[in-house]
Design a protein around this ligand. Structure first.
Ligand code: UDP
Ligand code: MN
Length: 353
């Protein structure tokens, strides 16, 4: 069956291999990624909500077009009890079955914005792992903190191990009549957990601590770049980052013109080298790969006291326009003001895009 809990998938690796043999036109490759995302089935109560969803989706479509990834958007609940952050697991499972040719399924929360359109997932680094999330091992095992990893953006390999993990993972979710018990078990382990019920992020932390031997060696906690980055620490710096990149682009463009015939390096690689040479590779200088917001909380008023709805709205406009500028500049236009989403200006023909 396509649902969790009823009839677990067995021998998926074998079945997938068979399928690939029978469908040679879908040449499988270690690099093949299907981005999966989605949002709630119903109209958003806040009048700005669905417009934001459209822009958040456009951002992901742009990234996938540039990098040759496929994308699937879902807005139905495949399991009626699996709402909110639990909605992704039945969908990830179904996506693996629907796309045996995809080696990786990349879940990106709708409220996560890809803010470096050039950055490529370093898949080679994950060749011995089946699940990649942003996080820190020492924080996980020493502090057992809820923020030691983030489950809103994840790369999961299309394999039997992932099926088994998700079966176990969702057994702590709302489809299980015992899920209140799991919420309590998570809370007693993870002291800074705020949400009272069982949540998927806590469930993963729980598994990594309590069933370490079974899961940990196939899980990669990434912290070298922002596979997930919390928006509050990011959005204020975006203007500066944007200016920094523009300066670098101008300098590299001059270099390129001056040494046109000698330059064999790809432009992007040239810029990376130039940035490294100038010590430009630090936090808050480099574009964050993902800027992750806090879902519907700001609109529903259920957010923490660290920020206001306006701060979230402005932060989203900034991050969306920051990302969109990297796309629009190829088309010869730019949002000169990251806070003004509708205003664009044309670029001069010699702009180094
Ligand atoms: N989501 C979905 N269908 C739903 C509700 C949520 O696909 O009915 C997705 C959506 O992409 C969202 C993610 O699940 O970003 C996480 O859900 P939620 O908003 O509860 O958590 P947050 O984004 O605040 O971490
Ligand atoms: Mn989210």
């Amino acid at each position: 069956s396509y649902a969790f809990g009823e009839e677990p998938m067995k021998d998926w690796d074998l079945k997938r291999r068979e399928w690939l043999k029978l469908h040679p036109s879908f040449a499988a490759s270690e690099e093949k990624v299907l981005l999966v995302t989605g949002s709630q089935p119903n109209v958003c109560k806040n009048p700005v909500g669905d417009h934001l969803q459209l822009r958040l989706f456009k951002n992901k479509v742009d990234y996938c077009r540039i990098h040759g990834h496929e994308i699937f958007y879902n807005n139905v609940l495949l399991n009626q009890k699996g709402t909110g952050f639990w909605a992704k697991y039945p969908l990830l499972r179904a996506s693996m079955l629907a796309h045996p040719e995809a080696e990786w399924i990349w879940w990106v929360d709708s409220d996560a914005i890809l803010t470096d359109m050039e950055f490529k997932l370093p898949l080679e680094r994950y060749k011995d792992h089946n699940l990649v999330v942003h996080g820190w091992w020492n924080m996980l095992y020493e502090e057992k903190s809820w923020t030691s990893l983030n489950a809103g953006v994840l790369l999961i390999r299309n394999c039997q191990w992932s099926m088994d993990l998700m079966e176990r993972w969702t057994s702590m979710g709302p489809q299980n009549p015992d899920h209140e018990k799991w919420g309590k078990a998570q809370k007693s382990l993870i002291k800074d957990k705020a949400y009272p019920g069982s949540d998927d992020q806590s469930a993963l932390i729980y598994l990594l601590i309590k069933e370490k031997d079974r899961w940990a060696d196939r899980i990669y906690l990434e912290s070298e770049y922002n596979l997930h980055g919390y928006w509050l620490g990011i959005v204020d710096g975006l203007d500066k980052i944007s200016k920094g990149y523009m300066e670098i682009d101008r300098e590299v463009d001059l270099l390129r013109r001056r040494h046109a015939e000698k330059m064999s390096l790809f432009y992007g690689a040239m810029r990376e080298k130039h940035m490294k040479d100038r010590g430009f590779w630090k936090e808050n200088v480099r574009r964050p790969f993902v800027t992750h917001f806090t879902g519907c909380e700001p609109c529903s008023g259920e957010h923490n006291s660290m920020y206001t709805w306006e701060a979230c709205w402005n932060g989203m406009q900034k991050a969306l326009n920051f990302a969109d500028n990297q796309v629009l500049s190829r088309f010869g236009f730019v949002h000169p003001d990251l806070l003004n989403s509708s205003l664009v200006s044309p670029l001069p023909f010699d702009f180094p895009a």
